[in-house]
Each structure stands twice: as structure tokens, then as C-alpha cells.
Ligand binder design. Structure first.
Ligand SMILES: Cc1ncc(COP(=O)(O)O)c(C=O)c1O
Length: 367
């Protein structure tokens, strides 16, 4: 163990600007909370996972891959890219995989922004964006959401400058669940022009039921559009860390060049291939989530009338200054949700029993 006498906190060896960065907040461990409360178990509705366990065949595929882990994985993840290419009707050269779509978002910023270049996104949105921007040297430009908690695309278009290199449209938006519709996205992309890369972050695409919310893949005839997807949510592979992007071949090739070597690991590639063979089961699970999403939204609106419509696997409670207390009150009842101080609370849709436990906690917390 390191001699603690040699530990000098005043000796600065890392960048001072990192002090101002917020930490990425992972959902709290349910085992910890259960121990603290003396309960047999706690319920985690904080990280937008799907609650139904790994898809059939995934555990076996991962176990099979384990026999080969003394070797490096296929760095190009070719078999996986071929399966994705077939599933989504795009060329294999248009795809890059990475250690979760969050890593791909980071690579996209690195591949587009030099220090001082601008990375534009809505706020509040996915909490990783500002962290990625700060560590890459890009300047974050955040455009406040509109009164309905969704992207203000007109304001975002107006915020583009000649330093803007990358824009993210998070659709549906994490954490508010709101979505942009096709007509407004068309207008936005027309206004922005083709010399700025626009990433449509579709981590929650599989839960979208509104036909007016466009599939980002239908925009790939525009050379500056990148679609970011993950296998963490609907496909149930959050713990394996695998995501992908689809873009024009030159952009995908640039990302494959800057990606951390071998970061689409062997177990993740095998698990993803097995998961992709389970599209019917994914559809079935998503339908369960969507039906619970509607039920939970309706129940919550009796307590918090302005809960926005969600197209994702979570709902947003715009509680403002009450967010943190609400989160604590839910935890005291064994339910972990995700408060954003001063803003709101994001609650993942779980099983019907988990959602009932949350609704009971919410009712008490807001009484
Ligand atoms: C909008 C959005 N994008 C990307 C991600 C990253 O997902 P992953 O890195 O697990 O693929 C998340 C995860 O919460 C998200 O909400």
C-alpha cells in the first residue's frame, strides 16, 4: 500500500479546471440502500435500465466468450458491425462500435472539436455531455430547454456560430423524456447547414411510440448526421458496455480511428450478437415498459400535473427545489430515483410491482 505520508493533496498534478466539473452520478447501489434500511431489497429506478434481466442466450454467449479472453477481441468488431448493418439496413462501413455510446460521444467530440471549438447541446440533457466537453477542451454551449422541458431547436439553431463543430440532439431527451418531431428536426437541420456534425443521440429509440418522432437513421442521406445508439437500455446490456454509431463512411472511419483500441470487448461483442438475435423479445419487453410508462405518467399527473409526455423508459417530475428532498423521501421507502438538484427527478420505469412501490412512495413524499 502507498505510504500515506507521501500523499500531498496540495501538490497539483491534474488540471485545475477539473475541480469545477460535476461528477457523473451513477444510480445508487440498491444493496447498499437495502442494508442501510434493514430491508431484504431496495428498488433501483435511477439508471434507465430495463428490469427483465439479460435477453435469452446472452449469458451463454458471454460465458462462451470467456474461454477466449486471453486473446484480444476483434478490434473492428466486424461480426457485430455486420449484424448491425443487416438489422438497420446500413453499410458496415457506416458503423463504429464503442465502450458504450457515451464513449462514442466522447470520441465524436474529440474527432470534431479543437480547443475553443463549440459543442452545442440542450440543457438539461444527458449529464455526460458537459463532462465530455470539458475534458476534451471544447467549449460547451448549452441552450435551455423550452417551457415544456424539451429542446428549443429554434434557439439551438440561433446559437450556432462559426466555432460550432458539433451539436447533439438527444431524442428522446434524457432526463426529461421529451422528443423532437420530424418537421422541427427537418427545419433545424436545414438551418444548421451541412458543415457542422449533428449527432442524434437515440439511446432510448426503442421505446418511442409516437410516429411523429423520427428515426434518426432516416436522416443519413444528410452527410453531417450521426446516429448514436446503445445496447445498454432496451437490449439489456448496460453492464457489458457496448454502443454504436451510424454515420457516413468517412465519419465512421474517423471514429474507428480515434476509438480506444479494443474497447468493444470480447464479452460485449458476443453478448451484443446474441442480443440482436432477440429482436422479438426486445419488442415485447419495450411494449411492457411503454404500457407501464403510460400508467405511471397518468398516476403521477394526479400528484404533479406538469409531468411531460415521455417517449423513453423513464418519466420526469419537474419538482424544482423539491427534487432532492423527493429523492431522499423515496430512498427512505426503499426506492432509488435520480434527482437533479433544483430541477427535477427522473424515474425509470420498472416492473409493475416496482412502479407501484414508487407510486406509493411518491404519494407519501408529496403529501
Ligand atoms: C441520452 C444518452 N446517451 C447515451 C447514454 C450512454 O449509454 P451507454 O454508454 O450505456 O451506451 C445514455 C445513458 O444513460 C443516455 O441517456
Amino acid at each position: 500500500m502507498t505510504d500515506p505520508g507521501r500523499h500531498q493533496p496540495e501538490l497539483r498534478l491534474t488540471r485545475p479546471d477539473l475541480d469545477a466539473l460535476p461528477n457523473y452520478v451513477p444510480g445508487r447501489s440498491p444493496a447498499d440502500l437495502a442494508r442501510e434500511l434493514g430491508l431484504p431489497e431496495a428498488i433501483k429506478l435511477a439508471s434507465n435500465e430495463v428490469p427483465y434481466g439479460p435477453l435469452p442466450g446472452v449469458v451463454e454467449a458471454v460465458a462462451g466468450a470467456a474461454a477466449g479472453v486471453h486473446r484480444y477481441p476483434d478490434m473492428g468488431a466486424l461480426a457485430l458491425r455486420e449484424a448491425l448493418s443487416e438489422r438497420y439496413g446500413v453499410h458496415v462501413d457506416q458503423i463504429a462500435t464503442g465502450c458504450g455510446s457515451v464513449a462514442l460521444a466522447e470520441h465524436l467530440v474529440r474527432a470534431t472539436c479543437l480547443p475553443g471549438d463549440e459543442f452545442l447541446y440542450a440543457w438539461r440533457s444527458f449529464e455526460a455531455y458537459p463532462i465530455i466537453a470539458a475534458t476534451s477542451g471544447a467549449t460547451s454551449v448549452r441552450v435551455p430547454n423550452d417551457a415544456a422541458h424539451g429542446h428549443d431547436l429554434a434557439a439551438m439553431a440561433a446559437a450556432v456560430t462559426d466555432r460550432t463543430r458539433l451539436i447533439v440532439v438527444c431524442n428522446p431527451n434524457n432526463p426529461t423524456g421529451t422528443s423532437v418531431r420530424r418537421a422541427e428536426l427537418d427545419r433545424f437541420l436545414d438551418t444548421v447547414g451541412e458543415d457542422v456534425l449533428v449527432v442524434i443521440d437515440e439511446a432510448y429509440r426503442e421505446f418511442v411510440t409516437d410516429p411523429d418522432v423520427p428515426d434518426g437513421l432516416t436522416y443519413l442521406d444528410r452527410p453531417n448526421v450521426v446516429v448514436l445508439r446503445t445496447l445498454s437500455k432496451a437490449w439489456g446490456l448496460a453492464g457489458l458496455r457496448i454502443g454504436f454509431l451510424v454515420a457516413q463512411p468517412a465519419v465512421a472511419a474517423a471514429i474507428r480511428k480515434v476509438v480506444t483500441p479494443f474497447s468493444s470487448n470480447m464479452a460485449a461483442q458476443a453478448g451484443a450478437l446474441a442480443a440482436l438475435a432477440q429482436a422479438d423479445e426486445v419488442r415485447r419487453r419495450c411494449a411492457l415498459v411503454v404500457s407501464e410508462r403510460d400508467r405511471v405518467t397518468e398516476a403521477l399527473r394526479k400528484l404533479v400535473p406538469d409531468v411531460p409526455d415521455s417517449q423513453a423508459n423513464f418519466v420526469w417530475l419537474p419538482l424544482g427545489d423539491r427534487a432532492v428532498d423527493f429523492g431522499k423521501a423515496c430512498e427512505a421507502r426503499g426506492v432509488i430515483v435520480r434527482p437533479f438538484a433544483g430541477d427535477g427527478v427522473r424515474v425509470t420505469i420498472g416492473t409493475p410491482a416496482e412502479n407501484d412501490a414508487f407510486l406509493a412512495a411518491a404519494e407519501t413524499a408529496l403529501a
